[in-house]
Design a protein around this ligand. Structure first.
Ligand code: ADP
Ligand code: MG
Ligand code: MG
Length: 245
């Protein structure tokens, strides 16, 4: 699914990622943990192709493509999805319009027929229900006036409708109370299957009680300093990050 080799990347002329290598097979869930400022969001943003992030060296192969040859929107159509740490509000664009346009673009790329509006509405409403979002959220501007937790669940709603092959979740747990966290985790778990892969960025191990990862990597100073199974997350909870750095 994804092969990252010796990735070095900078933001604002400052090198943040200092040689990351990571292999993700279909169906695997990899958690990226690490202290604040270690480069977790930078890694997610570089993979999604967000502006302002400069790749200095290294390579990333996604489903056999050279990832850096693809524009961000091409990466999205090919199945990369980033759930933002700080979801953006887009006033004036209804959530429903936004979701429909996104799903239309992805389906077209996959050579699937366009869903008619009633079929799509029905699907979107069902997914809303699963994520404990009221159907009114579909009519409001994208994330406009949503609470922190609602924004995060709205990211999972997008993900559920787009059915990406590589899901990047950047601190989806931050700002969620325990009930919302469980709902969001169930939404993610419902999408787990043998073909779909996940990179779950989190500062805390709590999320990983609900989304149980296959591998855990610790990022510090823009490098993966330790990798292990899910027990590594428990060890980090107990001992903090300082022993590893
Ligand atoms: P994490 O997600 O692990 O908390 P980030 O990837 O957000 O870490 O940030 C890593 C480092 O890069 C931090 O020192 C941060 O200040 C810096 N950084 C991130 N984004 C920017 C930006 N847009 N401009 C300047 N520095 C940035
Ligand atoms: Mg942070
Ligand atoms: Mg971050």
């Amino acid at each position: 699914m994804l092969e990252v080799k010796d990735l070095v990347a900078a933001v604002d002329g400052k090198t943040i990622l200092n040689g990351i290598s990571l292999t993700i097979n279909p169906g695997e869930v990899h958690a990226i943990m690490g202290p604040n400022g270690s480069g977790k969001s930078t890694l997610a943003n570089v993979l999604a192709g967000r502006d302002d992030y400069e790749v200095i060296s290294g390579s990333v192969t996604f489903k056999g493509y050279d990832l850096f040859e693809l524009e961000p929107e091409e990466r999205a159509r090919e199945g990369i999805f980033l759930a933002f740490q700080y979801p953006v509000e887009i006033p004036g664009v209804s959530n429903m319009q936004f979701l429909k346009a996104s799903v239309d673009a992805v389906r077209k790329h996959r050579e699937l027929s366009e869903l008619d509006a009633p079929t799509f509405m029905k699907m979107a409403r069902e997914k809303c229900k699963e994520l404990s979002l009221k159907p009114e959220f579909l009519k409001r501007g994208v994330n406009e006036g949503f609470s922190g937790g609602e924004k995060k669940r709205n990211e999972i709603l997008q993900m559920a409708l787009l059915e990406p092959s590589l899901c990047l979740l950047d601190e989806t747990d931050s700002g969620l109370d325990i009930d919302a966290l469980q709902v969001a985790a169930e939404g993610v778990n419902a999408l787990r299957d043998e073909a779909r892969s996940f990179i779950v960025v989190t500062h805390y191990q709590r999320l990983l009680n609900y989304i149980v990862p296959d591998y855990v990597h610790v990022l510090a100073g823009g490098k993966i300093v330790k990798s292990g199974g899910r027990e590594l997350a428990l060890e980090l909870e107990e001992k903090g990050y300082s022993w590893i750095q």
